[in-house]
Design a protein around this ligand. Structure first.
Ligand SMILES: Cc1ncc(COP(=O)(O)O)c(C=O)c1O
Length: 508
């Protein structure tokens, strides 16, 4: 590396050697080629299913190993070639020690095998570091964020000139942000004086834990979360919601918001939003829809009916890092009424940022998010949308939803598995229940599911998750990889069956 490439002729002092090396564009150029080769080889292997899915290691061992890298010998003396070799070995370590989401047999949590090219756009944000509290610090990142949120609003069915949105680091933060806005709109004095004692949040009984957590953070208190009753398909029951809101009013309580799900995490059930919205309107209550997982169904002509009525919501959360298949994190908070955009934080409102130019507050995203410095989270989504158009999202949704239907059919046709619901999206919950065990002790059935999952995952051939539904332990898959095929799903059942038989015959 030529350190002189960083030392301006007139610089009175020399840039220290390690600093010069780490900033050298020649070094960057050569290491990025190594990076490109390693990543492409890795993806090729993983996508072809030639690696384990999860590279399991006990956490303490993994931490010790990672820490050992932080005490290298004499790095200062490495030649650039030695450093390049070391760079490659570090990459190798990273790539062989993780969860391989791009493996077709990763069928686990609601985190996708992200579109690799989206990672390339994201990497531009990492590399050029465009933190975006204010427009000037990330002008293009801000433009991209406005462009994608305007288009998400359009998909929700809102006019992008009268609605608005902001990106945050994840669905949990997005729900907190939306509920904070609702709190400030519904209780305008709450920012300064706190919430009245009679405030409650009505939430889908299966809502993601971040909703109750938000109630704790917002000063409402988790005990002030009232669970909305679900129907037999685990969807919010609008008739019961109506009764509940009537009861709350009669009891002198004030509702901060109704938090509905599209879809809810446990089995992916979509609330009947149209009816829920009608009830909320009749009671003049803020409707928040957590569409972190299911929002992307709006991109699909076949499945968008699941979200009919979402345009009547006051706020919506939609995670692009779930069913739009971009890398974590990219979550949108969307408001139907643009007037609410500065309600999240009321202290000095927008003009704090540049008193001489109040119009710029519109584009200083820090006015609307909990974060001050924020990663340019929109590049992956914007890049993929620009490169492939909306159709790619439709294809992703249709493909993964169809695979879940296929899997459900397989479960129904087998005599040793039991599907616990009919899937509405790409989430399927089921149990392994060989005929001989049916009607047996609940603890034995539950223990069997847990042991099955543990052995399966540690074996490395598949990754699925476990859950608890109606008090029963169960297995859960979410098809988050468009490369997962019918063959992978059939093989999963075969493997579960084989492990199950081993367990039942008391073999280790
Ligand atoms: C319905 C729903 N809301 C919110 C979240 C939380 O999103 P995140 O993990 O991005 O914080 C999840 C996560 O699975 C979810 O399923």
């Amino acid at each position: 590396m030529k350190t002189e490439e960083l030392n301006h002729e007139n610089s009175p002092t020399e840039i220290p050697a390690l600093v010069a090396s780490s900033y050298g564009v020649t070094v960057f150029d050569s290491l990025s080629r190594v990076w490109q080769r390693c990543l492409a080889e890795h993806l090729r292997k993983v996508m072809a299913g030639k690696t384990s899915v999860l590279n399991w290691k006990e956490p303490v061992d993994a931490i010790a190993e990672a820490e050992a890298f932080l005490h290298p010998d004499a790095v200062g003396q490495l030649t650039e070639q030695e450093r390049a070799r070391k760079f490659e070995s570090l990459l190798e370590k990273m790539l062989t020690s993780g969860q391989n989401l791009h493996h077709p047999r990763y069928i686990g949590h609601q985190v996708p095998a992200s579109i690799p090219i989206a990672g390339l756009f994201d990497a531009v944000g990492s590399l050029t570091n465009q933190p975006m509290a204010i427009y000037e610090m990330g002008p293009w990142a801000t433009a991209v964020e406005h462009a994608v949120t305007r288009n998400l609003c359009r998909k929700v069915g809102w006019n992008p000139d009268t609605s608005c949105g902001v990106l945050t680091h994840g669905g949990s933060l997005a729900n907190l942000t939306a509920l904070l806005t609702a709190r400030n709109v519904v209780f305008p004095d709450s920012w300064e004086q706190g919430l009245p004692q009679n405030a409650v949040l009505v939430a889908h009984a299966d809502s993601h834990y971040c909703v109750t957590r938000s109630a704790g953070i917002l000063g409402l208190g988790t005990r002030q979360v009232v669970k909305a009753v679900l129907d037999e398909r685990r969807r919010m029951d609008p008739r019961k919601l109506n009764e509940l809101l009537t009861e709350q009013k009669a009891a002198g309580r004030q509702v901060l918001a109704v938090c509905s799900s599209a879809c809810a995490t446990p089995i992916g059930a979509f609330d009947p939003l149209q009816e829920v919205a009608d009830v909320c309107r009749a009671h003049d209550v803020w409707l928040h829809v957590d569409a972190a997982h299911g929002g992307a169904a709006l991109m699909s002509g076949t499945h968008k009916h699941l979200l009919a009525g979402i345009d009547m919501a006051d706020s919506v959360v939609w995670d692009a890092h779930k069913m739009m298949f971009v890398p974590a994190l990219c979550a949108a908070v969307l408001y139907r009424d643009q007037a609410h955009r500065f309600q999240t934080f009321q202290q000095d409102a927008p003009y704090l940022f540049d008193p001489s130019n109040p119009g710029m507050a519109e584009f200083d995203n820090g006015t609307r998010t909990i974060e001050c410095t924020k990663r340019s989270t929109g590049f992956g989504l914007w890049g993929i949308w620009a490169l492939y158009g909306e159709d790619i999202f439709e294809q992703m949704v249709d493909r993964t939803f169809a695979m879940a239907q296929y899997f459900h059919e397989c479960l129904r046709e087998s005599d040793d598995f039991e599907p616990l619901h009919t899937p509405e999206c790409n989430i399927v919950v089921f149990r392994y229940l060989p005929t001989a065990l049916r009607g047996g002790l609940a603890e034995i059935m539950d223990g069997l599911q847990q042991e099955l999952r543990s052995r399966l995952v540690k074996g490395g051939d598949f990754y699925i998750v476990q859950t608890n539904l109606n008090g029963q332990a169960a297995l859960r898959v979410t098809i988050m990889n468009p490369l997962t095929t019918e063959l992978d799903l059939a093989a999963l059942l075969e493997e579960l069956r084989a492990i199950g038989q081993h367990i039942l015959s008391n073999q280790p």
